[in-house]
Design a protein around this ligand. Structure first.
Ligand code: HEC
Ligand code: HEC
Length: 345
């Protein structure tokens, strides 16, 4: 009898010690209202510790060759992780990079990454950006030496990835974990969807206008009705140029001529924080963007057929129509996203 009790005691002490440490705590992403299912399966494996490590790396200049830049030097939280007012950021060499810095939010719903979609995952994207000459220009062996020489990082990695050797894949995974948590779903528009606010008359007219094929016709690419991302996640040639000598977009990756001038369809969310616009930041204001769609779309041979509507001789939009579209676009700005303290260091 006594022996049995002792055995039981020993077993239960052992079990409770084992359950005392059960590894990293999982981090769950709630899918906001009117958002489609997420596209990246790793969103199921996020952990509090992984997200914290990723955030620490994101804000640390340790990932650039001369410790002059962090991810956040270009992707600034106050500008929805883009850089307002800068068409082309400068990389470590001080030279301008080729393209406008895109904002970072709702990335779990992006099919591919970069303006030309050359990365299929956020992990791949991070591997490229750290070693890219134009951006951070750090070799991965140097990066790993720097990181593992710091006690703080050894601890953060051990907590996020117990018993795993620190390598570039883990660094990229942690960065991806943090970036997947950057969800913007609390604009006025989201509040209207949730029944917590109402559109003004102008905003509502703008909403209808943007999402009607016979009116603004933006919905085929920048969807804001059936789902709320502000983009359909595809790549399209919107007639921005007649030729694409400087930047051929997706064609530069696939070498399929039909992809010339195709760029990622950006979201219409948070435009207040992310000017200037387009892959090269050519338009400083939304008024200029709407003037482009109304009057300056180029009949490029591979222009998306949804753009035919915009290829008229006369202006496509009246001043009133532009006003209501602008009023609607403003409802997509999410100020709680850009001030969210949990996304800051
Ligand atoms: C010098 C400025 C700069 C720095 C530093 C920088 N980025 Fe970027 N980032 C850009 C630009 C410019 C692009 C678009 C490049 C392209 O499409 O070819 C981009 C694209 C991205 C994208 C793709 C977004 C999308 O919508 O497809 C992600 C994700 C990203 N960066 C994350 C990071 C991370 C993580 C770091 C740090 C490891 C980082 N960036 C450092 C400028 C920068
Ligand atoms: C055929 C698809 C398509 C249609 C239709 C379309 N767009 Fe776009 N839009 C794009 C693409 C692709 C880009 C990026 C092009 C580039 O960077 O060169 C873009 C860029 C933009 C941008 C810049 C966003 C940023 O972050 O840089 C805004 C704003 C915009 N579109 C608004 C509209 C509005 C408003 C309409 C309707 C009047 C519309 N678009 C119709 C595909 C489309």
């Amino acid at each position: 009898m006594k022996l049995k009790i002792t055995v039981l005691l020993v077993v239960s002490i052992f079990l409770s010690a084992a359950s005392f440490y059960d590894g990293p705590t999982s981090y769950r992403i709630e899918i906001p209202m009117a958002f489609p299912p997420m596209l990246h399966s790793e969103t199921a494996d996020l952990t509090e510790e992984g997200v914290l490590l990723g955030k620490t790396l994101f804000y640390d200049k340790i990932l650039s060759v001369d410790s002059s830049l962090s991810c956040a030097s270009c992707h600034k939280p106050e500008f929805a992780f883009a850089d307002r007012g800068v068409a082309l950021n400068k990389g470590v060499s001080g030279r301008e990079v080729l393209r406008n810095t895109p904002p970072l939010f709702n990335l779990a719903w992006h099919r591919r990454f970069f303006w030309d979609g050359r990365s299929e995952t956020l992990q791949q994207q991070a591997i490229e950006v750290v070693s890219s000459h134009e951006e951070m220009n750090l070799s991965w062996s140097e990066a790993l030496n720097e990181i593992t020489s710091q006690k703080r990082y050894r601890r953060l990695f051990a907590e996020a990835y117990p018993n795993q050797e620190v390598d570039s894949l883990l660094v990229a995974d942690a960065l991806a974990q943090f970036q997947l948590t950057l969800i913007s779903a609390d604009s006025k528009y989201d509040k209207v969807l949730r029944g917590e606010a109402e559109f003004t008359k102008e905003e509502f007219e703008g909403f209808i206008f943007v999402n009607d094929q016979g009116m603004g016709n933006c919905l085929h690419c920048h969807t804001t009705d059936a789902h709320a991302l502000g983009t359909n996640g595809s790549f399209a040639n919107n007639g921005i140029d007649q030729g694409f000598a400087d930047d051929q977009g997706v064609y530069g990756i696939t070498l399929d001529k039909k992809d010339e001038g195709k760029f990622k369809v950006p979201s219409l969310r948070n435009l207040l924080f992310t000017a200037p616009y387009m892959h090269d930041g050519r338009f400083e204001t939304l008024e200029e963007v709407l003037d482009f769609y109304s009057e300056d779309v180029n009949a490029h041979p591979f222009i998306d057929h949804q753009m035919n509507y915009f290829l008229r001789e006369e202006p496509v939009f009246s001043e009133r129509e532009k006003e209501v579209m602008l009023a609607f676009l403003k409802t997509l700005n999410d100020s709680s996203f850009v001030s969210n303290p949990s996304f800051r260091p």
